[in-house]
Design a protein around this ligand. Structure first.
Ligand SMILES: C[S@@+](CC[C@H](N)C(=O)[O-])C[C@H]1O[C@@H](n2cnc3c(N)ncnc32)[C@H](O)[C@@H]1O
Length: 334
């Protein structure tokens, strides 16, 4: 089913009081849609690699760093409070005087609350509801504020997790904390792991850091991650390490380009808005195909996730490696 928030966002350009389609625009959180193909020039910023690839495949230009001033900013603003409010504040700085910000969100994601916050910051919004979503339009006129609350921008910046040296930012997986499942896996990684190792869905680099700390015979670590914001945090968190590291902005579900002596992962079980067991299973298949004979896969997963049958079907020999009431650790050898 197409993204209902995107369908709703497009309602701002239809009907009686439709906004005019400008000569150029920027879409933050860009997702391709057939209705956008008719627009003269729409650039897209999208940190999620598979969605960014779909955007490019559809023929739209990509924007790596949102900057400049635009007559129109479209926005699908994300989920967490800090991410959404910081996203509004950043978007507003990109709207040229006389231009507009058009954002859409699901009601279940707090659309009404966020609309109220945005209206409080910039004045009256025009809003519409459909598909269990809301779209709201904020016009930047001469009398309105040039910026949004500074604390919104501040909360959206990278912060260090207390008592650690790790930075994260709102919107990425496990922002502001170490994931308890990943911590269990990190503590279980055998110190004898060696050779070339891959961390799939590496996030902000927690497991790669654990590999480097615990396993002296690991020669290099390749980090594969779909969220460019998380990967940028990983670059910071792992800066200055003596052993070679490679950071790949990559969709693991498409399969890995190289072979590895070992692979570690806490596979994702969400894609975008909904849970997706198939994505985690695609990670297992990619790992199985990329291990050298005798290579080891170490993974952590919520106990209820059906991963064992996939490992068996891929011909890996697996053994339980511990865990707790919530998480299971699995070691599987090719
Ligand atoms: C459960 S998190 C684990 C993150 C990190 N390894 C940790 O332990 O903190 C799964 C990660 O997979 C990433 N991810 C989701 N889909 C992906 C894909 N198709 N390709 C690569 N990474 C993906 C997510 O952005 C997320 O960072």
């Amino acid at each position: 089913m197409p993204n209902p928030a995107l369908e709703t966002l497009l309602l701002a350009f239809a009907g009686e009081d439709a906004l005019a389609i400008p000569s150029r625009g920027l879409f933050l959180g860009a997702e391709a849609h057939p209705a956008l193909m008719a627009w003269p020039e729409l650039h897209g910023w999208q940190p999620h690699k598979p969605t960014a690839d779909a955007w490019t495949r559809a023929g739209f230009p990509r924007c790596d760093t949102p900057e400049g001033h635009w007559p129109l900013i479209l926005q699908l603003p994300g989920k967490s409070r800090d991410e959404v409010l910081a996203g509004f504040a950043r978007a507003w700085e990109l709207v040229e005087p006389g231009g507009a910000l058009v954002a859409a969100m699901e009601n279940g994601g707090g659309a009404k609350r966020f609309e109220k916050e945005l209206a409080g910051a910039v004045g009256g919004l025009i809003s519409r509801q459909k598909n269990k979503c809301r779209v709201f339009v904020a016009r930047r006129d001469a009398n309105g504020p040039a910026t949004m609350p500074a604390e919104w921008l501040e909360a959206g910046r990278r912060h260090t997790i207390p008592s650690t040296q790790f930075v994260t930012e709102p919107g990425i997986f496990s922002a502001g904390r170490i994931d308890p499942g990943s911590q269990l896996l990190a503590e279980a990684l055998p110190i004898g792991l060696k050779g070339k190792v891959a961390d799939l869905g590496a996030g902000w680099g927690y497991l790669a850091d654990a590999l480097l700390r615990r396993c002296p015979a690991v020669e290099q670590v390749d980090l594969y991650e779909a969220d460019s914001r998380a990967l940028d945090c990983a670059r910071v968190n792992l800066a200055g390490r003596a052993r070679p590291l490679k950071f790949h902005w990559f969709d693991v579900a498409t399969g890995l380009p190289k072979r590895y002596d070992a692979i570690v992962m806490n596979p994702p079980f969400h894609s975008g808005r909904s849970s997706d067991v198939g994505l985690g299973q695609a990670f297992l298949k990619a790992a199985a195909a990329a291990l050298v004979p005798g290579g080891e896969l170490w993974l952590v997963a919520n106990r209820q996730l059906p991963y064992e049958s996939v490992l068996d079907a891929c011909g890996l020999r697996r053994s339980p490696a511990g865990g707790d009431a919530t998480y299971k650790l699995i070691r599987a050898v090719r």
